[in-house]
Ligand binder design. Sequence first.
Ligand code: GAL
Length: 831
Amino acid sequence: MFKPTAYKKIGLFFVSLLFFTACKTTTNEKFSNRKVSFNEDWSFHLNDSIIDKDTIGTSTKWRTLNVPHDWSIERNFDEKSPAGYGGGALNGGLGWYKKTFKVAAADSTKITSITFDGVYKDSEVWVNGHYLGKRPNGYIGFQYEISKYLNYGEKNNEIIVKVDNSKQPNSRWYSGSGIFRNVWIETTDKLHVAQWGTYVTTPKVTADTASVNIETTIQNQYPTSKKATLTTTIFYGIGNDLRRIKSTSQNITIGANANQKSKQKIQVPNPVLWSVEKPELYTAFTEISLDDKIIDQYKTNFGIRDFKFDLNKGFILNGKQVKIKGVCLHHDLGPLGSAINTRAIERQLEIMKEMGVNGIRTSHNPPAPELLDLCDKMGFIVMDEAFDMWKQTKTKYDYGNDWDKWHKKDLVDQLLRDRNHPSIFVWSIGNEIPEQWNEKGVEIAKELAAITRQYDKTRPLTAAMNPPVNMNIDAVTLQFEKKDVSINPLAGSGVLDLIGYNYAHQTYEHHLKNFPNTPFIATETTSGLQTRGYYDAFSDTIKKWPVRWDLKFTEGNPGNTVSAYDQVQTPWGSTHEATWKVIKKHDFLSGMYIWTGFDYIGEPTPYEWPSISSYFGIVDLAGFPKDVYYMYQSEWTDKTVLHIFPHWNWKAGQTVDVWAYYNKADEVELFVNGKSVGKRSKKGDDLHVMWRIPFEAGTLKAVSRKDGKGVLEKEIKTAGNPSQLKLTADRSTIKADKNDLSFITVDILDDKGTLAPNANKEINFSLKGNGKIVGVCSGDPVSHEPYKGNKHTALAGKCLVIVQSGDKSGRLELTAKANGLKQATIVITAE
Ligand code: GAL
């Protein structure tokens, strides 16, 4: 068994050091990659009327593009969109993709497959006129073998993909439409590791050694049986920076046209463990040799870690208690829509890491594989979720309609695809599934649990249920697991390894009474509502605001903005502070996944035009943090934090509530134009302090102190008239690979360089050089300006423009202009 205390021993450090010194040589081994990108040079045609593959060829409206591609993000917001506001008021439709390609004559003896990581939705594929199949689920990857339909050598091949997202609504949030994830061509020998054909587990982990079990599924597509050698080598590291650890080989015989599983074991001495702080990774490298020749190579990244969910102590990782400080994320990337881009996902995760987030819930579907790779590398505790509905639909045309035929295959494929990722710690079989309330749901849950456990027993299973206890009932006396299963049969069924439910933070403290045998996870929490940079500065007026989610904006604020003070919430949710206070207090509460880390397109709450994107994010759609981001940062990170808000541009004499989030200090003193307006200290479980003061133009300054000594100072000045633009890039050097992105923030400043917090001017962009502007966004949930374009109106003095490199290195020069403001230019280098 794993011995937690052993890790504390200093000896381990020296042992590890010696071990690595001994194996320091970085390998030069060249691994052939069986997968190559198939993203470029597709032709695309969007037309609801052509529904027939045989007539689509006659269309002259083809346009060339690269995938991943989301056509809905290119459309205009439409109040009458059948997708509804839930779908972001962006239309779906029927799209066709085609591509012409050649395959080398030498590949005619091999197996060629095409893999789609995700096509939304109802895709159908033909190669050279042969129908390959249909896949309704837009979020799961799928592969077709195409060898026997191909022309080899000089003759062209044609692939046609029909994508049908015309039946609306089919989603509660913005889905995007099209081939929105990567496409790959895979070429292998007829004897090869099957798709998702490895399963690496680490059943025993101690400080001295980890046992690594590798199960490999090998597929023989030769018409004769084959004798081959299977070799697995474990390397420390991933990518090209690898140190060889150990190898094992075995002879195998596989019958003609058969699949076979082989099991191997390797002991890794002094394992370097995967953790949130140091997400150390290993590679299992599989080789198949036939007649002493290597004919197939396959790489699997994995991590070595030991964990459990403990009823009393919560989540234990490598012997240490770790509170899960997670967020839920939908898959869209704001202005880029749902077309995945690895850098855009990485930026989202970086922004979350800076806030102190250590967990991601892939709500409510399998994510792009790149998100999981990044979570492996960056150290996030992932809850990988399969479904938002089972058989009972939530919107008219959603996946519930495909449930009977597809759920088993979709779940199995998700498990096979994802189970080697060390970042995944929990499987979720569904979110707020209506059937949880009846016995039929328990039956379905049993089936899904059996499937999940058949493919992976190393992680606990949960479902993001609705609160299993009626909130009007005294939760303490329920003893839910023992007595009363009539309210939520799924919670009481014993099917789940973790009791996971959404919201109802008032019940969390009673968990051990309600569920004396099953550990807890808050699968979804909070649902606070905020617009970045908007404040109701006088708290008495807040009562007139949509503090209650169901008040119409027009009865509160006609601009459809929601105050960014952490005071507005859905009735089923809480303020950010309220839920975190409970989770923080008790060890048995293993953690939480907040709804949501980022705003997403669709599901505005209140559900009301002109709002088209959500208000739930701690960070807005453009990637700019709202104020509550700093509450979490002060609680969840080691950074020294002092954040004060709101801005300092109000009417003379107006009463303003000034809030401060801070840590590592015992008091904060606030000054207006040099005059102290009082010291404040957090009492009890407070997470912020506040001053209610009359506005006076000038400088608001906060000083945090510990034992009388200054820790941090923050100043906000009253801005004068907007006068200039400022551009700041997250990265000023990017790769010239046609994919990389620079995210450039535009600030509207006064003549002294202070952010003009009410400046909502339209900004025009132009770009010189080999690259393009791929997205513009201000984070405004009410804006109907397209995200694809060269102009956008700022929100609260800020806007974002995203520049993508081309394939040539050189300078990319972005200029921003706005009426009456001094323009700004920034240079990005692509290399
Ligand atoms: C939850 C649901 C989420 C989202 C959220 C908004 O009930 O699981 O998908 O709709 O509410 O508060």
